[in-house]
Design a protein around this ligand. Structure first.
Ligand code: SF4
Length: 312
């Protein structure tokens, strides 16, 4: 029996879909074929006419058709005034369809930071929320106690966008039944159990506090340019984009797009600090020890790092 997958796009840019289209070895078509996944619906690749799509949704509602995996992309728009009429499908709020399908599906996956945590929507007219979190607070549309028929909560795959290998890996683990260990914020440990800082090619510069003040240079960007690498969980420097790069590899700071507070309400590309010391220090580091170590490390920085040349 094929595994039935329904992909719903809500309030977002569609970037996670484009990330998935970027998949290679296997590409999306090879991937769904190899796992015998039947795409009941995906807005960018399904060829169903509107009336057939409506009929399929009606059948899902009447238990005439089963659904195994529900993927939701984009934040859930509950506005205005809780009606959900900011985002509708066949005249009804999409949030109602999500609640209906979530209770039928064996697995629900929130793909991307908007679906996981509410993302860019904010608290204004559209009243955006994540599927089971609103920013860092558990709850969201489905409520903090929601679990699917499989016994798992909503599986969150944050990232703006989420890397295609994480989406494929999560779907593979579900279909193959190999299990998914979830960590804080219900993200899979396998991909979110590491910091963006891990695997960054600038780690030696960070170690000796050899810092940049301009984009595109070679050193670390933690102290001045707002790099969130040591503050954000995700594999961006281990699973590279297009198999070759990441933000920090081209000299652009990580801006923490996997974090529940993304987009942060402070400037992206400057490090918030008090007297030159970052307010947020790398995860789990003691402030006093870090400061002592960093001043000694800067004094010990080798000439070859201090006289670095621009990468580009
Ligand atoms: S640039 Fe960012 S991710 Fe890379 S070493 Fe510096 S702080 Fe870590």
């Amino acid at each position: 029996m094929p595994v039935k997958l329904f992909w719903l796009q809500c309030g977002g840019c569609g970037g996670d879909t484009w990330s998935l289209f970027n998949a290679e070895s296997p590409d999306l078509i090879e991937f769904v074929d190899s796992l015998d996944i039947e795409m009941l619906w995906h807005p960018s690749i399904s060829s169903l006419k509107a009336k057939d799509q409506k009929e399929m949704i009606d059948r899902l509602g009447k238990d005439d058709l089963e659904i195994d995996i529900l993927c939701i992309e984009g934040s859930i728009l509950c506005g205005p005034s809780g009606t959900g009429m900011c985002d509708t499908i066949f005249g009804k709020p999409k949030k109602e369809l999500i609640s209906l399908l979530s209770n039928k599906a064996k697995f629900v996956i929130a793909v991307g930071t908007c679906a996981a945590f509410g993302g860019i929507g904010g608290d204004d007219f559209v009243e955006a929320t994540g599927v089971q979190f609103r920013k860092a607070e558990k709850g969201g549309l489905l409520g903090k106690d929601f679990i699917t028929k499989s016994g798992l909560p909503v599986i969150n795959l944050p990232g703006c966008p989420c890397h295609c290998d994480i989406i494929k890996g999560t779907l593979s683990a579900i279909v193959e039944g190999t299990g998914l260990e979830l960590r804080e914020y219900n993200t899979p440990e396998k991909w979110y159990g590491m910091l963006v800082h891990e695997g960054c090619t600038r780690n030696e510069y960070h170690e000796y506090r050899v810092e940049e003040k301009k984009f595109g240079e070679k050193g670390c960007m933690f102290f001045y340019l707002g790099c969130h690498g040591p503050l954000a969980w995700g594999p961006c420097n281990k699973i590279l984009w297009n198999r070759r790069s990441s933000k920090t590899r081209i000299g652009l700071p990580c801006f923490g797009c996997t974090r529940p507070d993304f987009p942060q309400q402070y400037p992206f590309f400057e490090t918030r600090n008090i007297e030159g010391i970052p307010i947020e220090l790398p995860e789990g580091v003691s402030r006093a020890h870090y400061l002592a170590y960093k001043s000694m490390a800067a004094a010990a920085a080798p000439e070859r790092l201090k006289t670095r040349k621009t990468e580009i």
